[in-house]
Ligand binder design. Structure first.
Ligand SMILES: NC(=O)C1=CN([C@@H]2O[C@H](COP(=O)(O)OP(=O)(O)OC[C@H]3O[C@@H](n4cnc5c(N)ncnc54)[C@H](OP(=O)(O)O)[C@@H]3O)[C@@H](O)[C@H]2O)C=CC1
Ligand SMILES: CCCCCC(=O)/C=C/[C@@H]1[C@@H](C/C=C\CCCC(=O)O)[C@@H](O)C[C@H]1O
Length: 255
């Protein structure tokens, strides 16, 4: 039986903000399975900021949670839930012995009842691991310190803020709407700044008159210029990303 995959590709490279016209939905006939191949049906697709910068040619990158629909590998029986860098596509035929883009593999994931498998693309996946490793291994947090997190309602920032609360820090989040500010307050953030409505500088002075010990930066640009001006001596700035620059084709994307 022939399997047809629906595959999102780029019809045109990005210029400035991504537009619907940049994307085209195509169809692709999949090969029959060879030894160690599995047929995966997508369950959740991940949309991450790095797509804007790392998309090459017609192909979109992207991790997905999928379910094994057919298998020539005893290690991945039909019905297994997996995470795989397959791109934005409904179905994939993948050889489980071959590494994927930048070394990733087909990762079997635990199907926890009552927990959405989409978490494996968020808090339990790459964003969550990024937050955990960057916060604990690079920020050197100490209880009682003050941390500012930009893009605080995002996949990475929302986890960083919760980890910081667990570590006993005072946590200030910066987000772009009152709803997101309420969301991060509900997560336990001590302060929430709406960068589209509030004066960031005076809000930071009010939230932490003595300044900032750690800035977990996901945004870059003017927001970070303001936060950086509030850093204490020996403060730490963790440059996780600069999403405010990704749509600026003239900016250099160095990380
Ligand atoms: N170094 C690494 O290995 C990794 C780095 N990253 C980086 O971390 C950052 C966050 O990623 P992730 O949590 O997945 O993002 P999400 O897609 O979850 O959230 C991104 C949020 O950033 C905010 N944002 C977008 N544009 C701007 C802007 N111009 N100014 C201020 N805020 C803006 C928006 O929220 P709002 O409504 O609040 O504006 C948006 O929802 C990105 O820079 C990403 O590149 C992510 C994963 C790994
Ligand atoms: C513009 C620089 C973005 C840096 C921050 C960021 O979001 C990093 C994310 C990495 C992500 C991207 C790296 C390579 C993508 C290659 C796409 C492909 O070939 O499939 C990945 O390494 C996990 C995040 O740490």
């Amino acid at each position: 039986m022939v399997t047809m995959a629906k595959v999102w590709r780029l019809s045109d490279s990005f210029h400035g903000l991504p537009r619907v016209e940049n994307f085209v939905l195509t169809e692709e006939e999949l090969p029959s399975l060879s030894s160690k191949d599995v047929l995966i049906g997508a369950v959740y697709l991940s949309l991450d900021p790095y797509f804007r910068v790392f998309s090459s040619g017609k192909n979109l990158p992207g991790e997905q949670v999928g379910r094994v629909l057919d298998s020539k590998s005893a290690e991945y029986p039909v019905g297994s839930l997996v995470c795989v860098h397959a791109g934005w596509r409904s179905h994939s035929v993948i050889n489980v012995t071959k590494p994927r883009s930048y070394g990733t593999k087909v990762v079997k994931i635990v199907d926890v009842s009552g927990v959405s498998p989409s978490l494996w693309l968020g808090a339990a996946g790459m964003p969550g691991v990024t937050a955990f490793m960057a916060f604990h291994n690079k920020c050197h947090p100490k209880p009682g310190e003050v941390i500012v997190v930009s893009s605080a309602a995002g996949a990475v920032g929302s986890v960083v803020g919760q980890l910081a609360k667990l570590k006993g820090l005072t946590v200030i989040g910066i987000a772009g709407s009152n709803e997101k500010c309420q969301y991060i307050k509900d997560l336990g953030f001590d302060h929430a700044i709406n960068y589209k409505m509030d004066d960031i500088s005076s809000s930071l002075d009010t939230a932490s008159p003595s300044g900032v010990d750690i800035y977990f930066d996901n945004v870059g640009g003017n927001i970070s210029n303001t936060v950086n001006s509030k850093m204490k001596s020996h403060g730490r700035v963790l440059d996780c990303g600069s999403i405010s620059t990704y749509n600026d084709d003239s900016a250099s994307q160095g990380h």
